[in-house]
Design a protein around this ligand. Sequence first.
Ligand SMILES: *[C@@H]1O[C@H](CO)[C@@H](O)[C@H](O)[C@H]1NC(C)=O
Ligand SMILES: *[C@@H]1O[C@H](CO)[C@@H](O)[C@H](O)[C@H]1NC(C)=O
Ligand SMILES: *[C@@H]1O[C@H](CO)[C@@H](O)[C@H](O)[C@H]1NC(C)=O
Ligand SMILES: *[C@@H]1O[C@H](CO)[C@@H](O)[C@H](O)[C@H]1NC(C)=O
Ligand SMILES: [Cu+2]
Length: 227
Amino acid sequence: MLFTAGVAFLLPSLVAAQAGYGGPPAAPTSNAPAAVPTAPPNAAGQVNVNVAFNGFVFSPANFSAPTNTSVTFWFPNTGIDHSVTQSSFQEPCTYLVASSNNTAGFDSGLTNSKQFTIIITDDTKPIWFHCKQVGHCGMGMVGSINANESSPNGFAAFQAAAQKIGSAEVQETDNGAVTGGFNAVASLAPTATGSDSGGSTGSAMRIGISVGAVLLGSVSVLAAMAY
Ligand SMILES: *[C@@H]1O[C@H](CO)[C@@H](O)[C@H](O)[C@H]1NC(C)=O
Ligand SMILES: *[C@@H]1O[C@H](CO)[C@@H](O)[C@H](O)[C@H]1NC(C)=O
Ligand SMILES: *[C@@H]1O[C@H](CO)[C@@H](O)[C@H](O)[C@H]1NC(C)=O
Ligand SMILES: *[C@@H]1O[C@H](CO)[C@@H](O)[C@H](O)[C@H]1NC(C)=O
Ligand SMILES: [Cu+2]
């Protein structure tokens, strides 16, 4: 308890930002919406991505991740649904389906207040994705994993292609979550944020995780400040 209070004293803004895990809702300290479950710091072999935490963007939107990395997308509860929907470089705002064998990309479906995880299965191939909420992809709400910026098919070119579609973006059908995918696979539909801490003691565990995340967050903030 004293320890937690000490952390809160040192890091009031981080504590407020992390309150979505299980603490009481915090008053907004910036124009970020209140009670948004923000992505915790990355663990080994794992990357967290914020979905529209502050503006209609994935954050980070472009990164590399070795095979077997687990990538978890954190959806806010701001009243606007978003998705993580696999696409192709050629068609940034269109769900990827291979008509030849009827194989489909991963898709969280439009959702909020959830987390959605994909596992990288081939880090030698780029993975492209977008938000299917109509208008968002055209505004540049797209992302890539293991894209090669030195090739013609980099993230910058992908996002520019999405923005070129702009308001001409076509509304896609939403059939809910689709597991599977190309070069990265989802094995589960989105789950409630924090539900992986499990069971009837979940709430207490989430508070524990939250404090741990705040401590880790403070370490990375301090590390970042050192540079
Ligand atoms: C995208 O990520 C890759 C891999 O980390 C990096 O090499 C590239 O420079 C990034 N592209 C942009 C536009 O930031
Ligand atoms: C990925 O995980 C699978 C299953 O554990 C393992 O067989 C494979 O060797 C791993 N690949 C890499 C590149 O780590
Ligand atoms: C289906 O087609 C896609 C694209 O051509 C390919 O990447 C994938 O491996 C194929 N899947 C199967 C099961 O044949
Ligand atoms: C990235 O693309 C460039 C240009 O096409 C190519 O020379 C390079 O080998 C690629 N890098 C990787 C890691 O695939
Ligand atoms: Cu969106």
